[in-house]
Design a protein around this ligand. Structure first.
Ligand SMILES: [Zn+2]
Ligand SMILES: [Zn+2]
Length: 278
């Protein structure tokens, strides 16, 4: 069986003492790929995940400015992002979005989010979205700015209800379910996972955060994605094998790892000289 962890923070300090062992356990658990999220500690520290992707063939990376770091970004940050997006193992802009939980002013977050969506559209890259206590604003911006671009959008660590899931699905977006799906009180999230079409779903850990049951409250790691997969397979009434296979192939399709089916998500970069301004 092959799984993918579609969202993990392998660069996190919590892994500094045993990162190789964590990655080895993930491979033993059957993880084919991991997508390491490249937000680091915010600008200028944005290439952390790219370094990991360089070190491991099965690790891919994103780069982006997390909304909680929006105040650290400046013009240099965007130049830096643009050049990191040319790296062949960078597969998306993310995680980007809005987070009204930690008190970064909206006026600071909103333009950074919008500009990164524009950059992703210009570079023909998928986006990985973080939203917390900011559902309406996030969806409004994605609806107006991103939906017309018609490139993949992944709502990471989806913790909404089935109605919110449908809003995203109607816009053509993908939902990535994490450890919260396994929490006893998260019946609404499980219902969202139940009604999401199988070709629109991903699984993730968001490690080192939000470990699934039975590791809840401890450090999370990519190998634990199997616990979340088992719960989702259960609520959907499918085998773990099927859920693993479908979420793995979704990952490959969304992030352009199937060159025979779709052009790579980043294919534009080779021809940037004559496709500018799309
Ligand atoms: Zn997040
Ligand atoms: Zn994350």
């Amino acid at each position: 069986m092959e799984f993918v962890d579609s969202h993990c923070h392998l660069d996190d300090q919590q892994f500094s003492a045993d990162r190789d062992a964590v990655i080895a356990r993930a491979r033993e658990a059957g993880l084919k790929y991991m997508l390491s999220i490249g937000t680091g500690d915010g600008p200028p520290d944005l290439e952390v995940a790219v370094r990991l992707a360089d070190a491991y063939s099965f690790v891919f990376a994103t780069v982006g400015i997390h909304p909680n770091d929006a105040q650290k970004s400046n013009l240099n940050t965007f130049e830096n992002l643009r050049s990191l997006l040319r790296h062949p193992k960078v597969k998306a802009v993310g995680e980007i979005g809005l987070d009204y939980h930690w008190g970064v002013p909206k006026d600071t977050q909103l333009p950074v989010f919008r500009e990164q969506l524009e950059l992703a559209a210009e570079q023909r890259m998928p986006v990985v979205i973080h939203t917390r206590d900011a559902w309406d604003d996030t969806l409004a911006i994605l609806r107006t700015v991103w939906a017309p671009v018609r490139l993949p959008c992944v709502l990471h660590c989806f913790t909404g209800n089935s109605e919110q899931a449908r809003e995203c699905l109607d816009l053509g977006f993908f939902l990535s379910f994490g450890g919260v799906t396994t929490f006893p009180k998260a019946a609404e999230v499980r219902e969202a996972a139940r009604i999401t079409p199988v070709d629109r779903m991903l699984i993730e850990t968001d490690a080192p955060y939000l470990a699934p049951v039975p590791h809840r409250g401890k450090r999370n790691e990519p190998s634990y994605v199997t616990h979340t997969a088992r719960v989702i397979a259960g609520v959907r009434g499918v085998s773990l094998e099927e859920l693993a296979a479908r979420t793995t192939s979704n990952f490959e399709r969304i992030f352009g790892l199937l060159p025979e089916e779709l052009p790579p998500a980043n294919s534009k970069r080779e021809s940037a000289s004559y496709t500018e301004g799309v």
